[in-house]
Design a protein around this ligand. Sequence first.
Ligand SMILES: [Zn+2]
Length: 74
Amino acid sequence: MRRWIDVRRDPAEAPVVATCAWCRAEIYAGSEVARIDDGGGVVHAGWRERCADEYAAERVYDAVGVIDRNGNVE
Ligand SMILES: [Zn+2]
């Protein structure tokens, strides 16, 4: 397991290697990310980071809610 070593590293010392496609903030080397399949680019995907979930929800789903007996989602 290397992950905990990366998490412990001070982000300020890691080089910026990308920009998050969702929040536009810098992504540092050693960060957990999700790579976008079509357009390239990456989003934050670490613990407590919502960028990957929110980016996916925005791109994949046009409605999220309760489906009724007619198949409509509200
Ligand atoms: Zn982000």
